[in-house]
Design a protein around this ligand. Structure first.
Ligand code: COA
Length: 284
């Protein structure tokens, strides 16, 4: 699908994207390339990273650089950020997208398992922004990837919920510190269930996408294109007056708590029953 935005929204800008070899972050990298950016993609697994770089580079030659690094390793990210800035120039956009997740009952999570997700998601986001900070262009847009679990608790997700909630507060803190004279904008994008991603697959395999999204105001999965366009908006000058904000692109998934959903269902049932009943005063 082509983007709905005017062309070349990111012409001449360099973007640094962690987790850029797959899923949401690869879709974001492609969208940024389509809009004239040069892109540094960073991921842990070399083979998958090289494959993504070949795929993206085929359509956008000389605009893609692959740097292998684990976001848990600040020194490795600093080296990747320096190499990317050296080749393509300072970063107008940074996307901290690398994430890890799995479903697990909290009482069965080892300390190491809890730490793995905190370290990849939360520390990895901080490391990404911290490593890019010396190489930020003027008025840079920094984007973290959050998730609905940051604000709506979900069973089997204590580790991911804690990490993503931390990310949303980190974003606000950095927006305060790095705004002003530095002029950076720091925001988060919070995608719900996105078709074609590992994140959605682990939930959809439980009960299927249709049942999973049935209660959402927009009862379907998001597409990668929709998420990429939301990231493009936050990365572009269209978002120049937005900072410290989390933009949900979740079909309304986070609008209701479980209690709220129960009340909605009860209210709908009561309304349907009252409409089905004969009007008051009518002859029986
Ligand atoms: N359920 C419970 N615990 C798990 C787990 C799962 N599915 N996957 C990993 N862990 C635990 C491990 O058992 C280990 O704890 P232990 O030392 O007490 O045994 C700890 O987490 C670290 O695991 P390890 O595989 O060494 O970590 P890793 O850094 O290589 O990978 C993840 C961690 C989260 C990236 C890994 O689970 C993974 O590959 N997930 C799928 C890919 C993914 O998450 N993509 C992004 C989706 S948003």
């Amino acid at each position: 699908m082509t983007s709905s935005f005017a062309p070349n929204r990111l012409q001449g800008r360099t973007a640094f994207i962690t987790g850029g070899s797959s899923g949401i972050n690869k879709a974001i990298a492609r969208r940024f390339l389509e809009h004239g950016a040069r892109v540094v993609i960073v991921a842990r697994e070399r083979n998958r990273l090289d494959q993504a770089a070949r795929e993206l580079g085929a359509a956008f030659p000389d605009a893609v650089l692959a740097q292998s690094a684990d976001v848990r390793d600040l020194a490795a990210l600093e080296a990747a950020a320096a190499a990317g800035a050296e080749q393509f120039g300072n970063y107008g956009v940074v996307v901290a997208g690398a994430a890890g997740n799995f479903l697990s009952p909290a009482e069965q999570l080892s300390s190491n398992a809890f730490a793995a997700v905190i370290d990849i998601d939360l520390k990895g986001t901080f490391h990404t922004f911290r490593a890019c900070h010396p190489h930020l262009a003027a008025r840079a847009h920094l984007i973290a990837i959050s998730a609905p679990q940051a604000t709506v608790p979900m069973a089997l997700q204590a580790h991911a919920a804690a990490a993503k909630a931390g990310i949303e507060m980190l974003v606000k803190s950095l927006a305060l510190e790095w705004g002003g004279l530095e002029g950076a904008r720091v925001n988060a994008l919070s995608p719900g269930l996105v078709a074609g991603t590992h994140g959605a697959d682990i939930f959809c395999q439980l009960v299927g996408a249709e049942r999973l999204t049935a209660g959402q105001p927009i009862p379907r999965l998001a597409t990668l294109d929709e998420v990429a366009d939301a990231a493009l908006f936050l990365a572009s000058e269209l978002a120049d007056y937005i900072t410290g904000h989390t933009l949900a692109i979740d079909g309304g998934l986070t609008l209701e708590t479980t209690a709220g959903a129960n009340i909605t269902a009860a209210a709908r049932a009561a309304l349907a029953a009252s409409r089905a009943a004969p009007p008051r005063g009518s002859a029986s």
